[in-house]
Design a binder for this molecule. Structure first.
Ligand code: RIB
Length: 348
């Protein structure tokens, strides 16, 4: 028996399912592609026939026919960071209900790796891409995106000069609120531990920090600004350096929660009690923030909403690739927990 006949005997076809379920092949196709409403009884008969025949739709054949793979690439800077994990999970959850699946790429904060992932994902025939910048210039990213010819949504970090859909948050306001909260507690020697200077999210938060100091007539001390990289270790190292300044800061605003946790580790090793002798504020509100001891005061990002808006924008873009680019900016929120307190009466 020739191979293809054997295969035909082994692999049930849509025709077999239709005959088994007593429906048309068209109904089976609409059921598989979710391309037209089908009554519940018919859905049950088709699903039962597919299970009994062990039928699995041929994804490759379907994608060639529909010119869609129903897959989306998401490229994040650090898949181990809970902020990106939460956003990715929210996007995946929203797109899954529309029969899309997600292919995740981790650029590890490396621009060359991020650009390579853009290419690889396109070769994998994803229908669209969701991308978080890792410090690309507008020219570099525009060149890379133009060659893809598929919809791309940037989230979290704006790239000046790149006119695409964005979903981001009020980073400047978040940095302002974090710093103003510390000022309201009487702190004036407030340090800022930023993320990479190549990222707009970092620089916007630093801008908010400077605005709050200016509003309170506090002259910024450039020795109290330390450039980190959004990782635990840079928060730890940055805090050790900042706390060696004289007079030392009595408060540190870290531009993400991982660095804030590193700050608290360094404070503990150096013998500074948080918040009695050192106040700490983070940014993101990752799940760890409320379970750290003491629980971290931080600027919350609405990760669930970021994911939903990103997924919805992607679906609208898939319906109409001629839509003008849209920038959606969600609000951050100051969550006061246990790592901030009035300025210490005596300098430690
Ligand atoms: O924690 C990672 C940081 O990088 C977050 O604040 C997020 O906004 C991203 O920019």
């Amino acid at each position: 028996m020739p191979n293809n006949t054997i295969w035909r005997c082994i692999i049930a076809t849509m025709r077999d399912v239709a005959e088994r379920a007593g429906v048309s092949i068209t109904s089976v196709s609409h059921f598989i592609n979710n391309s037209r409403p089908i009554s519940e009884p018919l859905k049950e008969r088709i699903a039962l026939a597919m299970a009994e025949l062990d039928f699995h739709p041929n994804a490759l054949a379907r994608s060639l026919r529909l010119k869609q793979t129903k897959s989306v690439g998401i490229i994040v800077p650090d898949s181990s960071n809970p902020f990106f994990a939460d956003v990715t999970r929210s996007i995946e959850k929203a797109l899954f209900t529309h029969h899309y699946n997600v292919i995740l790429g981790n650029s590890d904060g490396d621009l060359d790796r991020a650009l390579l992932y853009l290419k690889v994902m396109t070769e994998r025939q994803v229908d669209g891409l969701i991308f978080i910048d890792v410090g690309a210039s507008g020219d570099v990213l525009n060149t890379a995106l133009r060659s893809l010819n598929i919809p791309v949504i940037l989230i979290d970090r704006i790239v000046p000069g790149v006119e695409v859909d964005y979903v981001t948050v009020t980073n400047t306001q978040g940095g302002f609120d974090a710093t103003r909260h510390l000022i309201s507690l009487g702190h004036r020697r407030i340090a800022c531990l930023t993320g990479p200077q190549s990222l707009t999210a970092s620089m916007e938060r630093l801008t908010g920090y400077r605005q709050a100091l200016k509003e309170a007539n506090i002259t910024p001390d450039e020795n109290l600004i330390y450039t980190g990289n959004f990782q635990f270790e840079s928060g730890y190292e940055g805090a050790r350096q900042l706390l060696s300044r004289s007079p030392r800061p009595t408060a540190i605003f870290a531009c993400n929660d991982l660095m804030a946790v590193g700050v608290m580790r360094a404070a503990a090793e150096l013998g500074f009690a948080v918040p009695a002798e050192l106040s700490v504020v983070g940014f993101d509100d990752i799940p760890l923030a409320k379970f750290s001891a003491p629980a971290l005061t931080t600027i919350a990002q609405p990760t669930e909403q970021i994911g939903i808006l990103t997924a919805n924008r992607f679906l609208r873009r898939m319906q109409n690739q001629d839509l003008p680019p849209e920038q959606q900016i969600l609000e951050t929120e100051l969550l006061i927990r246990q790592t901030t307190a009035p300025v210490p009466t005596k300098r430690g």
